[in-house]
Design a protein around this ligand. Structure first.
Ligand SMILES: CC(C)(COP(=O)(O)OP(=O)(O)OC[C@H]1O[C@@H](n2cnc3c(N)ncnc32)[C@H](O)[C@@H]1OP(=O)(O)O)[C@@H](O)C(=O)NCCC(=O)NCCS
Length: 155
């Protein structure tokens, strides 16, 4: 177990084995960005990422963040959440700051992320819109295989 930070009974820990995968899957499969993601797909993404767990005073999972990085030039920050019961007390800002401190200590030159509505949270941590969007591209899979099949329609 590697506790990175403690505050008011909460802990941020980068030990992948401490994660409550049921809680993380339950949140992510209902999220707007990975709706319907299967448990095995979440497990695979956790195995290939740097994982940061936020734990409450009772030791239970209270939030999460995940980073994919080469530890040199590039990092993608994703799957950031704080469970509803713990929101509005600075924990989202705290876990993002802790993750960025880790990446800064490695000297990673660029951190990117996508968000639909949490821009303010990230602006407070030094993020801005792409300096030169014309230099970024993306490629999307036509049929991502990490989702549960859509429920069959009757009739
Ligand atoms: C976004 C989220 C992680 C914030 O967690 P939190 O612990 O409540 O956040 P904090 O208390 O640290 O608030 C930090 C800032 O985040 C912003 N913020 C908080 N909740 C927000 C929300 N639901 N949507 C957008 N921005 C939000 C506010 O600007 C706040 O700054 P302020 O205190 O100056 O108003 C949490 O609401 C959440 O899990 N939402 C659902 C998942 C999500 O949208 N994740 C981000 C995907 S990119």
């Amino acid at each position: 177990m590697t506790v990175l930070a403690r505050r008011g009974g909460y802990e941020i820990d980068d030990d992948r084995h401490r994660l409550d995968r049921d809680v993380i899957h339950r949140f992510l499969t209902a999220s707007y960005w990975s709706t319907g993601i299967r448990r095995d797909a979440v497990d695979r993404s956790l195995a290939r990422s740097d994982c940061y767990g936020l734990y409450g005073p009772d030791g239970q999972q209270a939030g999460f963040a995940r980073v994919v990085t080469d530890a040199v030039r590039f990092a993608l920050l994703c799957d950031v959440f704080v469970l509803p019961a713990h929101r509005g007390r600075g924990l989202g800002r705290w876990i993002v700051a802790a993750v960025l401190a880790e990446l800064d200590s490695m000297g990673v030159s660029r951190v990117i992320l996508g968000t639909a509505d949490a821009h303010d949270l990230y602006r407070q941590q030094g993020f801005s819109g792409l300096a030169d969007p014309g230099r970024m591209m993306e490629r999307r899979h036509a049929d991502p295989m990490w989702r549960d099949p859509a429920p069959a329609h009757s009739g």
